[in-house]
Structures are given as structure tokens and as C-alpha cells.
Write a new protein. Sequence first.
Length: 159
Amino acid sequence: MRYYTFGDEPSISPDEFFMEEALREARQALAEDEIPIGAVVVAKGKIIGRGHNLTERLTDVSAHAEMQALTAAANYIGGKYLKDCTLYVTMEPCVMCAGASYWFQIGRIVFGAYDTRMGFGRINQKITHPKTLITGGIKENECAELVRDFFKSKRMKKG
């Protein structure tokens, strides 16, 4: 496994490095008052697609971070299959996004926080592509905290 070092920072794994990039996207969503979920698609160590939630801005319930990043990556490579790519996303994908990853034939999904309420893992069927490898829990606390704080602030504004 290759590790990345940046100045005085300790070495971090590629999964942590690219999850931090997904977190940057999530923070962008937060700045736009969207649910703070971000995603990047990586091929051969290079980010080829980025996305964050745009459901409010686009008034489109399907404008999830994963959908934005997957579409951007497919456009970048000029093809519809992402077999040799990894999707990094700050929250476990929902059933819709996991289903889309099937059609893109994404090689790997790495997510931060588990989503026991809306995540695809709550169903007992494999809806991702049979060859897709799944890794969860990368920077889990940081990813979960961003979403938790977002909804907490929304509840405080209402109440």
C-alpha cells in the first residue's frame, strides 16, 4: 500500500487521503446549505470526478454526491463503465446510488460513515456490481459528525 506524506503531516493511506478530498466536497455542500455529503472518483491515483449534494439547488432528489461524481468520471473517461475506479463517499450510499454504481460497474466503493437508516447495507440483497469491493468506516467519525451537526443546526433553527 502506498502512503502519501504532505509536509509535516504524518503519512496517510490513499483511502484516508481521498476520503479527505470527499470531505472537501461535503464541506462545499454544507457551504451551499445542502446535506454535507461529498464524493470523488479516483482512477490510477488521480481524481477524475467530484461531486457533492445538489438536491436543493437543482430541486432534484436524485442529485446526490455519488451521482454527480460518477457522471463526471464517466464524462472524463468518455465511457460509461468505471471498472478500474474507486468511488470515495463520506456517507454509505443509499439504495439509489448503490444501484447506479452497479450500472457504472464501479470497481470499488469506499465510504466514511455508515447510514443505518438510508444506506444500502440495510437491505439484505447485494445491489452493487458483483465485482465491486466495498470498504466502510474510513474517517467515519469526521464524516458522521458533519452530517449530524448539519441536522442538529437545522432542528435548532426550527425550534
